[in-house]
Design a protein around this ligand. Sequence first.
Ligand SMILES: CCC1=C(C)/C(=C/C2=NC(=C\c3[nH]c(/C=C4\NC(=O)[C@H](C)[C@H]4CC)c(C)c3CCC(=O)O)/C(CCC(=O)O)=C2C)NC1=O
Length: 169
Amino acid sequence: MRDAVTTLIKNYDVAGRYFDRNAIDSLKSYFESGTARVQAAATINSNAAAIVKQAGSKLFEELPELIRPGGNAYTTRRYAACLRDMDYYLRYATYALVAGNTNVLDERVLQGLRETYNSLSVPIGPTVRGVQIMKDIAKELVASAGVGNTAFVDEPFDHITRELSETDV
Ligand SMILES: CCC1=C(C)/C(=C/C2=NC(=C\c3[nH]c(/C=C4\NC(=O)[C@H](C)[C@H]4CC)c(C)c3CCC(=O)O)/C(CCC(=O)O)=C2C)NC1=O
């Protein structure tokens, strides 16, 4: 698992080079955004259950066929599995926010996920929609917690979306 700093060190070490201007700039930007990253993660943490619940309701309101007979989230067990998946995405997104790097998502969440979903007929499009709804809710909360520029919050959610759908957002 890597973060913004260890990734940079790894790249420069492989080349046997001291940090250059680019490296220093990216380190500066990582540390300058540190407080905002931690605050975003803390805000999401303390609202996690509500974010998942609200996003689930919105998703099933938009796509009611998911929870009707024949839908992938139909039956209590599968409904619960769907919300649990959303909770995984949200929790790992907070790790990635703090790390300033999406590697933790690749290693712990996304590896093999498409294949699992395909084998269980879990629909990718609606899953991605659920991730995007959580992103919007999380960004609003982070903004109301006083973080000025919340653009960085997009990163992990859009990464999950891209990797799951293998297309650009
Ligand atoms: C931490 C990393 C991690 C992830 C990401 C993960 C995902 C994951 N989701 C699964 C199932 C599932 N995932 C869903 C999700 C959905 N169905 C829908 O219609 C919606 C669109 C969507 C919710 C947004 C459902 C319904 C199942 C159960 C499918 C089944 O058993 O038939 C399964 C199969 C095993 C199980 O049921 O637990 C895995 C491995 N597991 C992990 O350990």
